[in-house]
Write a protein that binds this ligand. Structure first.
Ligand code: NDP
Ligand code: 2IT
Length: 444
């Protein structure tokens, strides 16, 4: 049995109850076959794959907090510190009722390779809680965040592990967590990224994931002879990533005609009104029905359905496994030319394979959404030198990083005879740097 097959079997046995983690591991290891086969003896001897698929540590803790009725609520908190071969652990905190250890492990595992692709010195980690921020008052959010940080602060620090936002964690939550860290540890340091601008945040971090997604997509299209201007785009989600992806797509001359949330979706053939979307989602924290009520060209539909709309480019920006095989078939039938993942693992393995086999350009999340964490690393640099850079400076660095990521993965794919397979390219390019560092540092 090949080394890759052996490790897939081992990881499957050890983590049978974690389907998302297994999905992420299989996708990565399958596409690493050419690299692993070429180095099989050394990698097997050093147990490289066993080590990279097992987190350095997994922290789980109780998060008690008092709701507005005076009742004590208890949630479960997580931080998975996966791999710090190339830098301190770095990755977001997800607050969503679906959160469990397997989901945090899948996200932490992906983060290792994503962070390596940015070319910046950051290792992989992820955390969060099964807390549901929906419908909670600001005071309840603060109570939860303070309790969460009271425990988490024992394990993180500017040079050890630097959390940030993800689903359900935005500027408000980062602010409450930063305040609690400072109070307990007595240290004013860049322990979190995505901070507000008045206390150490970076300009352009809010926009970075969505903007970065479009910078990479534009470069991928350009290298394949396609101009993004004039193209029709379907976006899913309506959170941080979706909003700024929509904004940048429109700045580049494309027309975005859909967005969605967990209850329904909007088809707006005139093009999404970003200012209105921001008002509904960032300010009012309301449902998309409010967007439809305020705009006559918009149609609101219950349930899921954005991938049924004809488009040239699809940008899934909501959550994992939201673009299924049947959606991929529909996109191909409608002439879709490119899919770039703003979310983490939004496309199932079968859907990815179908898109690639049918000639759709496919940019995987670990490359396409790396602009968020890359700009977080730029926030860390600014915190270290106690300076803040202008929006233009951060944005131009972000663009350079995204263009560079595309060329690195394109080159890696070509080196292993997999031209145009950007999934393999991203995994190989991300893996090579981490493994080099792991081998140099010995068994640890
Ligand atoms: P937000 O919380 O800002 O927005 C999430 C959006 O996705 C909302 O519209 C939400 O709808 C929808 N959504 C969430 N869960 C589900 C679900 N189970 N089913 C259907 N819709 C859902 O999060 P972000 O925009 O920050 O994150 C979106 C994706 O991008 C995630 O996969 C995240 O891991 C990834 N990502 C985020 C980065 C960042 O910097 N923020 C960086 C890189 C990747 P509703 O409002 O109804 O819940
Ligand atoms: O998935 C991701 O890359 C993020 N949620 C951003 C992580 C970060 O540290 O900025």
């Amino acid at each position: 049995m090949s080394y890759v097959d052996e490790v897939i079997e081992l990881v499957t046995k050890k983590n049978a109850d974690q389907p998302e983690f297994l999905q992420a591991v299989k996708e990565v290891l399958e596409s690493l076959r050419p690299v692993v086969d070429a180095n099989e003896e050394r990698y097997r001897k050093e147990a490289v794959l066993e080590r990279i698929t097992e987190p350095d540590r997994q922290i789980m803790f109780r998060v008690p907090w008092v709701d507005d009725k005076g009742n004590v609520q208890v949630n479960r908190g997580f931080r998975v510190q996966f791999n710090n071969a190339i830098g301190p652990y770095k990755g977001g905190l997800r607050l969503h009722p679906s959160v469990n250890l397997g989901i945090i492990k899948f996200l932490g595992f992906e983060q290792i390779f994503k962070n390596s692709l940015t070319s910046l010195p950051i290792g992989g980690g992820k955390g969060g809680s099964d807390f549901d921020p929906k419908g909670k008052s600001d005071r309840e959010i603060m109570a939860f965040c303070q309790s969460f940080m009271t425990e988490l602060c024992k394990y993180i620090g500017a040079d050890t592990d630097v959390p940030a936002g993800d689903i359900g964690t935005g500027a408000r939550e980062i602010g409450f967590m930063f305040g609690q860290y400072k109070k307990i540890r007595g240290m004013y340091e860049g322990v979190l990224t995505g901070k507000g601008l008045s206390y150490g945040g970076s300009l352009a971090r809010t926009e970075a994931t969505g903007y970065g997604l479009l910078y990479l997509t534009e470069e991928m299209l350009k290298c394949n002879g396609i101009d993004i201007a004039g193209k029709t785009v379907c976006v899913s989600g309506s959170g941080n990533v979706a909003i700024y992806a929509t904004q940048k797509a429109q700045q580049l001359g494309a027309k975005v005609v859909t967005v969605s949330d967990s209850t329904g979706w909007i088809y707006d053939p005139e093009g999404i009104d970003v200012a209105l979307l921001k008002e509904v989602k960032e300010v009012k924290r309301a449902r998309l029905t409010e967007y439809a009520a305020a705009r006559s060209s918009a149609q609101y539909h219950e349930g899921r359905g954005v991938w049924s709309i004809k488009c040239d480019i699809a940008l899934p920006c909501a959550t994992q496994n939201e673009l299924l095989l049947e959606d991929a078939k529909q996109l191909v039938e409608n002439g879709c030319k490119a899919v770039a993942e703003g979310a983490n693992m939004p496309t199932t393995l079968e859907a990815t394979e179908y898109l690639q086999k049918n000639g759709v350009l496919f940019a995987p999340g670990k490359a396409a959404n790396a602009g968020g964490v890359a700009t977080s690393a730029l926030e860390m640099s600014q915190n270290s030198e106690r300076l803040s850079w202008s929006f233009e400076e951060v944005d131009s660095k972000l663009k350079g990083i995204m263009v560079n990521i595309f060329h690195n993965l394109d080159d890696a794919a070509k080196r292993y005879g997999k031209e145009g397979d950007y999934v393999a390219g991203a995994n190989i390019a991300g893996f090579e740097k981490v493994v080099d560092a792991m081998l140099a540092q010995g068994v640890c």
